[in-house]
Design a protein around this ligand. Structure first.
Ligand SMILES: Nc1ncnc2c1ncn2[C@@H]1O[C@H](COP(=O)(O)OP(=O)(O)OP(=O)(O)O)[C@@H](O)[C@H]1O
Length: 311
């Protein structure tokens, strides 16, 4: 697997407060790598250090064999968290402006722009002024601007925020195609865990500027996605909490969710359930990436473990 971007031992402080502690990860050609974490975890600061908007106090960023200020940034595409386009400029002109900034041939850029406008449902909008677009439409134009020059590495900071579900699906599809068909290395920051779970190959989760989890999605799920058992029936929380292998219980109405520990053997555990439990319905699932994320954000077992899988 060819490494396109390598981040090693990144540290950054603002006014004496350390917000990044020893952040290290790679992004490979043709993969979608997610950078995840609660608000204020340090995702955007990491991305800004990669983009050279600021430089780290320690550590380094390597793109192919280029480091720091020598990185050829025209080979990188970037959709920043802060959205913004010049208002009284036509859609095509702003996209061509992005292409020009990256030294990309204008004729080719125009053809690509028309094709992407069509793909993203903005056919015929090329001569419309940016101020006449809705927020979501503007975001699509900015997205096109970030990929118009066929970047080898694409960094997307919260690409789905503010998009309706249909547009989210279109973006998701497009991002997957860029990775699978064009071999673009993609670093994606997002809070939409369901989308991340459907898209990413690997993930890097940080909390308070520190690595918590790093590895392929399937390994992360195998390691952290414990079973949970939902029971519909009239049961007391204290009885359920007393059952073997139950780490915590959440109740809403007559539904109880029992979170189970890693050591469980499911068939034998089901046999140990006492006969006096009221079980009208019972379902067992693995917890989702969303729940793994919530565990990390709330400092439950995963964060305490400071665990990582092998990337
Ligand atoms: N320019 C700055 N000056 C001072 N503190 C900053 C600056 N930029 C970020 N921070 C602080 O660094 C920490 C990490 O912020 P960052 O924006 O990287 O988090 P994030 O993970 O992207 O969060 P969110 O999900 O809310 O966008 C926060 O405590 C933030 O207040």
């Amino acid at each position: 697997m060819e490494t396109i971007l390598s981040v090693e031992g990144l540290q950054k402080s603002f006014k004496g407060t350390k917000v990044l502690h020893d952040i290290s990860f790679d992004v490979h050609k043709g993969e979608i790598m997610a950078i995840l974490g609660p608000n204020g975890a340090g995702k955007s600061t990491t991305i800004r250090n990669i983009m050279g908007i600021m430089y780290p106090d320690y550590g380094q960023v390597t793109f192919h064999n280029h480091e720091g200020k020598d990185i050829p940034r025209h080979k990188i595409g970037y959709l920043p968290e802060e959205r913004g386009l010049y208002k009284n400029v036509k859609v095509m002109d702003i996209i061509l402006y992005f292409a020009e900034l990256k030294d990309y041939p204008i004729k080719k850029a125009r053809e690509r722009a028309l094709s992407y406008l069509k793909k993203l449902g903005l056919e015929g909008k090329e001569n419309v002024s940016v101020e006449e677009l809705s927020k979501g439409m503007g975001q699509k134009v900015q997205f096109i601007g970030s990929i118009i020059h066929e970047p080898e590495l694409l960094i997307l900071d919260e690409p789905f925020s503010g998009l309706d579900p249909v547009s989210q699906d279109i973006f998701k599809q497009e991002i997957k195609e860029l990775a699978n068909n064009n071999g673009t290395a993609i670093l994606l920051s997002s809070h939409q865990m369901n989308l991340v779970e459907e898209m990413c190959d690997r993930l890097f989760m940080i909390n308070k500027g520190q690595k918590v989890i790093y590895g392929p999605l399937k390994d992360v799920k195998a390691k952290y996605a414990n079973f949970k058992c939902s029971i519909y029936g009239d049961n007391s929380a204290s009885q359920l909490e007393g059952l073997d292998h139950v780490t915590r219980v959440e109740q809403e109405g007559l539904t109880s969710i029992l979170y189970l520990d890693q050591d469980i053997q499911l068939p034998s555990w089901l046999h140990t359930l006492p006969n006096n439990l009221d079980v009208q319905e019972l379902k067992v699932d693995r917890i989702s990436l969303h729940e793994i994320f919530v565990d990390v954000a709330l400092g439950r077992s995963i964060a305490e473990e400071g665990g990582s899988t092998n990337a």
